[in-house]
Each structure stands twice: as structure tokens, then as C-alpha cells.
Design a protein around this ligand. Structure first.
Ligand code: ZN
Length: 112
């Protein structure tokens, strides 16, 4: 359970997350809701030293992953040594603290 719903265009099949009002490719307006499925593959990542998300730690890794069914999402990579193409397991967990309360988001943990 990742807590993510992505949207697949009924016309051209483009998968979008988060949702856009119109399909980015064909401008279609009808979408099927899909959930990320399968393993996530790390497409790109960046190490964040500043705290643009209001996170409580430095040196966090933000990654963009693609799931087996084409859903792409941004999440927090919990790996000390991230590598492009590595397989990650997606979970929904606390990623930052907002106003003293934990906020939840996508966390990505290396598969063993
Ligand atoms: Zn489309």
C-alpha cells in the first residue's frame, strides 16, 4: 500500500501522477485510476542538503521512481548509497514533521 493513486489516460494510455486536468500527451480528459504496482526502479535522484520540504534532517535523498506498471512518483529514498536503476520497495511512511505532527509520504527502501 503506497497511498498513491495515479491516472491513466483512457485515450493514449499515458500514466500521470499527480493528476493533471488534461492528459499531457493527447489532452484527453478521461482517466482510469491506477495504483503503483510492482517494484520501483530509481530513475534519478538528488541529495538534498537544504530543507525545501520542511524536513527535519539534512542529506536526504529525493528520488524519482518508475513502477512496473509505468507509474512515476517522487519519494524519499532511504538508501545510503543510491544507484540509478536500483530496485526499491515503496511504502507510505513519515517523511517530515509539519507543525509538530509527522507528515506521510512515499518512502523508498532498497530491496535486498
Ligand atoms: Zn492521453
Amino acid at each position: 500500500m503506497t497511498g498513491i493513486t495515479a491516472y491513466k489516460c483512457n485515450k493514449c494510455g499515458l500514466v500521470m501522477y499527480p493528476k493533471h486536468f488534461r492528459c499531457l500527451k493527447c489532452k484527453g480528459r478521461e482517466f482510469e485510476e491506477i495504483e503503483p504496482a510492482g517494484d520501483a526502479k530509481l530513475l534519478t535522484y538528488t541529495v538534498v542538503d537544504q530543507l525545501p520540504w520542511g524536513m527535519d534532517e539534512r542529506g536526504r535523498v529525493l528520488g524519482i521512481v518508475e513502477f512496473a506498471n509505468g507509474v512515476k512518483a517522487t519519494g524519499l529514498v532511504k538508501a545510503d548509497d543510491p544507484k540509478l536503476g536500483m530496485k526499491l520497495k515503496a511504502e507510505w511512511g513519515p517523511v517530515r514533521v509539519v507543525g509538530g505532527e509527522p507528515a506521510y509520504g512515499l518512502t523508498l527502501i532498497p530491496k535486498k
